[in-house]
Design a protein around this ligand. Structure first.
Ligand SMILES: Cc1ncc(COP(=O)(O)O)c(C=O)c1O
Length: 437
């Protein structure tokens, strides 16, 4: 087993823990990440800089409150780093600081969403959001999430014929249920979003009822693609925008909330004291570093490659007979129906497919498909993403090989010798693209 301190020895940057038990688990995870391909759509590999920036003395510091208004002393450096992270966050999306505010304290994407609801809504208010099975997220109204417990959730979905967002359905429901907030945000939707259409629908509500619903976008998955300028942006039309920082933005695990200045007080209150106490300033350091990387690297090229890789991957799987939901992708997500190949039943479900691919070194996740009649723990779909493998440097040739390996793996589920061979092929690809830590 390769020890993490040996990998980093020459660069003298990684500390080997004295706690052997914990260190051993970290070593195993390093090995797993080195030897396998990360194709879970919500994951990425951060740079060495971001990784190192997560570990710093700000972890010692309590800093409840906001820049210039804290509840404890000793905040001069905390204020500087938080302000820098805010300035850079606005810059990566080209936002005017006179119009937009950003809260960088949200601990993650789910808490960021809850903070918004808490900040701008009253319990029982109506939220119109995408149904989980159509590609929405738990924090958009699942009955076991705070969103579904404290608010009245009305769901919209996708059309049966093409699995694209049903904007007519959104309009009808908006006019019927008079939502306080309309939420556009997705975890498993592979296509471009017509952000302006949401704005038009909100305007129709205003014409009919004299108020405009708050427009909230959750861009957790596609934030990096928007920052790179390769996906369309909700900023021209929306009031509040939440995101994670660890997916396509390639930062540390965390959340972020942008809002028009008129919502600043509500959003900041929603985060603290709404759902959080002290912010994790050590992670805000790493957010600042990640945003700096976006500003100072060819991030556009990275995001173009992410999408090109996803498109090729979808195309290759289709050529091999697999059904790709919506017939392709416009972003980093590829959703595949695992239950049929060449229009014939495979006898497979998402659970066994996920396990099968995990065993040969490809991480991906089982995913409910729109109108799925299988259970969430063993649905009809698998979701892939190309953000992480693109960060690792894989390009078109490797993508074509990976599609073929996946096809062979799923077609030889009961053939251990074949699976061992495929695992070796994946390891061989990985060895050509070592993790750069
Ligand atoms: C659209 C969307 N919003 C929110 C989240 C939740 O983020 P976190 O896991 O950081 O709480 C996710 C996570 O995958 C997501 O896809």
């Amino acid at each position: 087993m390769k020890k993490i301190f040996l990998i980093f020895k020459n660069k003298k940057i990684m500390y080997k823990l004295k706690d052997d038990i914990v260190q051993k688990i970290i070593d195993c995870e390093v090995q797993r990440q080195e030897d396998g391909l990360e194709m879970i759509a919500s994951e990425n590999y951060v740079s060495k800089e971001v990784m190192m920036a997560c570990s710093n003395v700000f972890t010692n510091k309590y800093s409840e409150g906001y820049v210039g208004k804290r509840y404890y002393g000793g905040q001069e450096n905390v204020d500087q780093i938080e302000l820098l992270a805010q300035q850079r966050a606005l810059k990566i999306f080209n936002l005017d600081e006179n119009v937009w505010h950003v809260n960088v304290q949200a601990l993650s994407g789910g808490p960021a969403n809850l903070a918004v609801y808490l900040g701008v809504l009253n319990p029982g208010d109506t939220i119109l959001s995408m149904d989980l099975s159509a590609g929405g997220h738990l924090s958009h109204g699942h009955k076991l999430n705070g969103s579904g417990i404290y608010y009245n959730i009305i769901s919209y979905g996708v059309k049966k014929d093409d699995y694209l967002i049903d904007y007519d359905d959104i309009e009808q429901k908006a006019l019927k249920y008079k939502p306080s907030l309309i939420l556009a945000g997705f975890s498993a939707y592979p296509r471009e979003i017509d952000w302006n259409m949401f704005n038009k629908i909100a305007n129709k509500v205003q014409e009919k009822y004299g108020y405009k619903p708050i427009l909230m976008a959750d861009i957790a998955h596609i934030a990096g693609l928007i920052a790179g300028g390769v996906s369309s942006s909700p900023f021209p039309y929306f009031d509040i925008i939440t995101s994670t920082t660890h997916k396509t933005l390639r930062g540390p695990r965390g959340g972020i909330i942008f809002c028009k200045k008129e919502f600043q007080k509500n959003i900041d209150r929603g985060v603290f004291p709404g759902i959080q106490g002290g912010p994790h300033e050590n992670i805000i350091v790493a957010k600042a570093v990640a945003f700096g990387e976006i500003l100072n690297s060819d991030f556009k090229k990275y995001t173009e490659n992410v999408i090109q890789n996803a498109k090729t991957f979808a195309y290759e799987l289709q050529k091999l007979g697999w059904n790709i939901i919506t017939g392709g992708t416009d972003n980093h997500i590829v959703l595949m129906d695992i239950t049929t190949k060449n229009n014939k039943e495979t006898g497979l479900g998402g659970k066994i497919a996920e396990e099968n691919l995990d065993n040969i070194g490809i991480s991906c996740n089982k995913n409910v498909l729109p109108f799925d009649n299988r259970k969430p723990m063993d649905p009809s779909g698998i979701r892939f993403g190309t953000s992480a493998i693109t960060s690792r440097g894989l390009g078109q040739n490797e993508i074509i090989s990976i599609a073929q390996i996946i096809d062979q793996s799923l077609s030889n589920i009961n053939n251990p010798d074949k699976l061992i061979k495929l695992k070796r092929e994946i390891k061989n690809i990985c060895s050509k693209f070592p993790l750069n830590y």
